[in-house]
Design a protein around this ligand. Sequence first.
Ligand code: ADP
Ligand code: MG
Length: 400
Amino acid sequence: MAFRTLDDLGDVRGKVALVRVDLNVPMQDGRATDLTRIKAVVPTILELADAGAKVLLLAHFGRPKGERHSTLSLSLVQGDLERVLGREVMFIPEIAGPVVEQAVGILRPGDIGLLENTRFWPGEEKNDPELAKAIAANGDFYVNDAFSAAHRAHASTEGVAHLLPAYAGRAMEKELKALDAALRNPQRPVAAVVGGAKISTKLEVLENLVGKVQHLIIGGGMANTFLAARGVDVGKSLCEHDLAGTANEIMDAADRAGCTVHLPYDVSVAKELVANPPSERVCNVHEVAADEMILDVGPQAVEALADVLKTCRTLVWNGPLGAFELPPFDGATVALARTAAALTKEGSLVSVAGGGDTVAALHHAGVAEDFTYVSTAGGAFLEWMEGKQLPGVAALEGKD
Ligand code: ADP
Ligand code: MG
């Protein structure tokens, strides 16, 4: 791929690395409640520090909208970062200017500095060239290790990348390689699973996928809209009836592109959206009663989908197949995720998944570790599934 990685760095001893990371961790009582994002950027930080660079970390934290808020200072993350890294980190309460310059003078090769929340400065989200220039002035080279922020053209994710020699960090490199193997350059046949609540949030994903994959597996609330568009009475199910026309257009586009759309033919239904409702039953999609909701893909359909996956070499998955937070409506998601995990372990399938609830569902199924790659990037992952160029990635490309 057309971007430089840490392998392309020469001798960095004593040089200042400006490293964009994602430290936007959920916090409670002054401690991070989930260290996943911090752990993801450890390899890049330690590799640069151990090579003798002075490492300056750039990150955003929450949504301060261009103003300083003590509750959103990155100093709150310093302790967790030090614990995960096993190194001391110097907190620097600015992102540019003389304070940073002085800190760079104090840091020795191999030391790590954490700059303040980039979003305290209005120029960050505006991608102000002056701010980007001021940030870049204190660095010798730039490393982006925050794929999850790469869909934003901000000063710290995009602007600075054009002003210094720019490299992908290890986490970014891994993510881009996995995504490349899943959609840009995949082994065929490719299957996509798209589920979740509403098709209105994923129209562009569906439109992009029909031209790229051979099997489009639709589940979740979205499947109801497609079923309704085909004339199925979905009762009280979550369904966007006004998008019937769009659903039909997507199915027509799939036909033209030689992509098979898989909709459930049996489903799990209930009269109320609670765990283990007494009214739960499995039926054919044509037998849903007026007071019932479709809450999961049925067991026969799941078996057929497992057979589809067995014929595929690549799988990309976004969105749970049912209301997986409430048993038994996690059944289809768990079963198909386990099939995908087993095929991946056997070596016959490359499996890439992403999306907030999707990642939670894969953990719930106990198979997140067995997928080839699970992206925690949220918005950036979805924009990539929509086929969009991410500005933070584009700024790294074409530089070798
Ligand atoms: P992701 O975060 O992985 O992109 P979404 O946010 O699009 O996924 O969708 C996840 C949500 O969709 C879950 O809260 C799940 O309960 C809901 N959902 C899935 N299937 C159904 C259904 N049949 N009816 C109602 N909600 C559903
Ligand atoms: Mg979600």
